[in-house]
Design a protein around this ligand. Structure first.
Ligand SMILES: NC(=O)c1ccc[n+]([C@@H]2O[C@H](COP(=O)([O-])OP(=O)(O)OC[C@H]3O[C@@H](n4cnc5c(N)ncnc54)[C@H](O)[C@@H]3O)[C@@H](O)[C@H]2O)c1
Length: 310
């Protein structure tokens, strides 16, 4: 597979996917409206088409211009919970209609391979940990709902048109280029606060857990899916995670150690609706795709700190 279109390729995760594809000598077309993406993130060897995924005419032009695309990686999204609660219609338009637009263009242009970025947000409060792909989906926000709806369209296109599809449910992704202005990026938020000499705030007792996965490992999983096309289309859903839980207290302590700072957070009232414990079972992707996370939390933290110091 030689020419890949990546939506959201100027964003946090997308830019790492693009870097990896280019390292593997693929030609990469990036579709991005630059709403949260950045020109600085974008690999200089990628071709940027500055288009919105909700703009069907604009997207059509991109697909007409690049006739020989072999696969699509779809990462562009409204990716925050808060704005999805405030404007569920806008969230649905980008995350659901935008996904349909891309699937339709793939169908019309005989592009058979589609990798979709989903999220642990589709699970909501889980009954059992670690959360497997078979767990019930009970999203707590319009964002979780729109990500889940996107998955269902992706699966339906797989069934209807024999497209080779993957929907990857990412855990909490961290690493260089993550914006500290997003609610998901607790690690980048802590690092920025510590570097500015501010006291980091922890909501609740800090014993809530998350599954933090380094962005480069996520990019590797995405790129691997493009190679496994034709093999696993009956099982398109995969968790992409470390399979381990880390408490916010432990995380901050690790960061403080790395930065030689005192561990002295300000504890604030727990936020309503915050999930207490969450980590995702990654045995399916490890067994079926032979993928494994390679970067430990502390190595990933050091690389992220270096990025913010730079
Ligand atoms: N970061 C995480 O921890 C995480 C976890 C689970 C799932 N995800 C999913 O991974 C994907 C990438 O997330 P991210 O953290 O890199 O976010 P990001 O905001 O850094 O990247 C999204 C990119 O999409 C672009 N974009 C947004 N709306 C667009 C539109 N309408 N048309 C064209 N481009 C548009 C943005 O400019 C940006 O470059 C998203 O689909 C998100 O839902 C992220």
């Amino acid at each position: 597979m030689d020419k890949i279109l990546v939506t959201g390729g100027a964003g946090f995760i997308g830019s790492h996917v693009v870097d990896l594809l280019i390292e593997q000598e693929k030609e990469v077309i990036v579709v991005d409206n630059m709403s949260t993406g950045s020109y600085k993130n974008l690999n200089k060897d990628a071709k940027l088409e500055e288009t919105d995924i909700t703009d069907n005419l604009g997207l059509n032009e991109v697909f007409n211009k690049h006739k020989d695309i072999n696969g699509v990686v779809h990462l562009a999204a409204q990716s925050k919970v808060g704005p999805s609660v405030e404007n569920p219609g806008t969230d649905a338009n980008i995350n659901i209609q935008g996904t349909i637009n891309l699937l339709e263009l793939c169908r019309k242009n005989n592009i058979n391979s589609f990798v979709y970025a989903s999220s642990a947000a589709v699970y909501g409060h889980a009954e059992q940990l670690p959360i497997t792909e078979n767990a019930e989906t009970n999203p707590l926000s319009p964002y979780g709902v729109s990500k889940l709806a996107g998955e269902e369209y992706v699966k339906a296109y797989g069934r209807l048109y024999g497209m080779d599809v993957f929907a990857l449910r990412f855990a909490n992704v961290f690493g260089p280029r993550q914006s500290p202005h997003t609610e998901a990026g607790v690690i980048s938020i802590f690092i920025e606060q510590l570097l500015r000499g501010e006291v980091p705030a922890i909501y609740g007792d800090g014993e809530q857990t998350r599954d933090f996965i380094f962005v480069r490992d996520v990019a590797a999983a995405v790129v691997l899916c493009l190679k496994h096309i034709n093999e696993h289309s009956q099982q398109p859903i995969y968790n992409v995670s470390t399979g381990t839980e880390t408490s916010i207290n432990f995380l901050l302590k690790d960061l403080c150690n790395a930065l030689n700072e005192n561990f002295n957070p300000e504890y604030k009232e727990e936020r309503p609706g915050d999930i207490k414990k969450s980590y995702l079972d990654n045995r399916k992707i490890m067994a079926k795709l032979r993928w494994a996370p390679e970067v430990s939390l502390s190595t990933g933290l050091l690389s992220t700190i270096k990025f913010y110091q730079g």
